[in-house]
Design a protein around this ligand. Structure first.
Ligand code: UD1
Length: 464
């Protein structure tokens, strides 16, 4: 698979993944065991927050271990539109935000990437003004931003929402935000990140109570601190930020992606294969590993940054409730549903974080799963076998669940809606092929009406 380049200010390259994520499909022939090791990429959600955070700094920022993903490219495009210089070389991204010309982010870009709303915090802190379109909902829920807005207001910003635009200003002589005591009624990841970034350059001290504790929040705080910010307590539910007047240059490496790692762990479990994961932080996967152990899979910490999964004979049923970190992540719910669809017994999955994140149920049922939805609960009756079918990815993690189900299913699965997958899994096909999976991305038009295509035994890691 080609490397997906981000936009750069020298030589602009269009975001991309495969040439036509919308007109291509992924064909997967299931039932082949996987084997070997896979290197986990940098965390998408850290990368998005950290790229936004680089707006705080008027000097060079070098960010390493940046995953090559459509979402990351889109965040880069937002910064470009604001007048920031970017240069990408492999997984290194150099950003210089000394010359921000614009305080208004373009709607076409913000509407495609909800996380781009997070630039409101650093922009307001740097310029005293930010105009960001309301990002709107997405396939998994309405996703409002009132916690971000209320927090910024508490820090002295004047925020008006008009014609779909959030217009935020700081008045006063030096146009500086003021430190404040903020309590979040829900530990929103995005709101915590927005407010933490805004407080970095504010006058005085800010505390964020009931803050999100996700590792990506801590990564963002570490990144800001590497530029001279004074943030304490990130990773706990109380974060304290002492404002500084200016940040300086940095060279920072992003943490590994715990959701990508969790997805490969489930790939091992669902195909009954032994796999090693390199470049992981086992501590970030505690809830996921605990659930895997409950269903009868061994997960061994082989080294500080290496995990090995050793499957059991069968998959046992278990119940799962998604929660803010350190609870079980909503971003792993769909993948576990695919796994539990093949368990011995009944499982109850309760989604508490997003209101509309069970749309993959219908697609898994097309593959022979027996899952019923009641409100935000999914009742999963384990079946002995899934069968390949044409299916449609409904969101990013749902698409990962379909890939996992397809790896275990009998026969061929054809997955449409690959633009979701390309948002969040770096080199997915390449990585799975190297583990021995049989799959290929082909133009939709080349697929037979009955779904027949190439012989899976001819597919190798070079075929992609
Ligand atoms: C981030 C992650 C996403 C993950 C989610 C929860 C990024 C780029 N994305 O999304 O992958 O699934 O955390 O772990 O980091 N909410 C409000 N009002 C607000 C803000 C949020 O009601 O002002 C609600 C949301 O609608 C949602 C819940 O809070 O129901 C969690 O959202 P939040 O933690 O903010 O998620 P994101 O930051 O959008």
């Amino acid at each position: 698979m080609e490397d997906r380049a981000i936009t750069t200010s020298r030589g602009f390259i269009n975001p991309q993944t495969s040439p036509d994520a919308d007109s291509s499909v992924l064909q997967i022939w299931g039932g082949y065991p996987l084997q070997g090791h896979v290197k986990i990429s940098g965390a998408k959600n850290s990368a998005l927050a950290i790229i936004a955070g680089s707006l705080l700094c008027p000097e060079d920022c070098r960010i390493r271990n940046v995953p090559s993903l459509v979402d990351v490219t889109r965040m880069g495009q937002i910064l470009l539109a604001l007048g920031v210089k970017l240069d990408q070389n492999g997984d290194i991204l150099d950003i210089n935000a000394s010359g921000i010309r614009q305080s208004q982010a373009p709607y076409e870009l913000v509407s495609q990437l909800r996380a781009s709303f997070f630039v409101i915090g650093p922009l307001l802190a740097r310029l005293g003004v930010a105009q960001i379109p309301l990002p709107g909902g997405c396939t998994i829920g309405a996703r409002p931003v009132e916690l971000h807005v209320r927090g910024l207001q508490a820090m002295g910003a004047d925020v008006q929402i008009e014609h779909g635009m959030v217009n935020a200003y700081v008045t006063g002589k030096n146009r500086k935000l003021k430190g404040a005591e903020i309590y979040l009624s829900y530990p929103s990841v995005g709101a915590t990140e927005t407010l933490m970034m805004a407080a970095t350059l504010a006058e005085g001290e800010t505390t964020i109570e009931n803050a999100a504790q996700e590792p990506e929040v801590m990564d963002l705080a570490n990144f800001c601190n590497s530029m001279g910010a004074r943030i304490r307590g990130a990773g706990t539910n109380t974060i304290t930020i002492s404002g500084v007047t200016r940040l300086h240059s940095t060279d920072y490496s992003i943490i590994p992606d715990r959701v990508e790692a969790g997805t490969y762990l489930v790939a091992g479990a669902i195909t009954h294969s032994e796999l090693s994961l390199l470049s992981v932080v086992p501590d970030h996967l505690t809830a996921v590993i605990a659930k895997l152990r409950e269903v009868g899979v061994q997960v061994v910490v082989e080294a500080a940054n290496q995990l090995r999964i050793i499957p059991g004979q069968s998959i046992m049923a278990t119940d799962i409730e998604t929660l803010p970190y350190p609870g079980f992540p909503t971003d792993m719910q769909a993948q576990f549903m695919a796994l539990l669809a093949l368990s011995e017994g009944d499982s109850l999955i309760t989604e508490t974080v997003f209101e509309n994140r069970l749309r993959h149920v219908a697609e898994l049922n097309r593959m022979g799963a027996d899952i019923r939805v009641k409100g935000n609960n999914a009742i999963v009756r384990g079946v002995p076998m899934l069968t390949g079918a044409p299916v449609v990815a409904t969101d990013l993690r749902a698409s990962a669940a379909l890939v996992l189900a397809a790896l275990a299913a009998k026969g061929k699965t054809t997955i449409q809606g690959l633009h979701h997958l390309d948002r969040g899994y770096e080199k997915l096909e390449e990585k799975l092929l190297s583990l021995g999976a049989k799959l290929q991305r082909v133009p939709e038009s080349s697929v037979d009406a009955d779904g027949r295509a190439s012989n899976p035994d001819l597919l190798t890691s070079q075929s992609n």
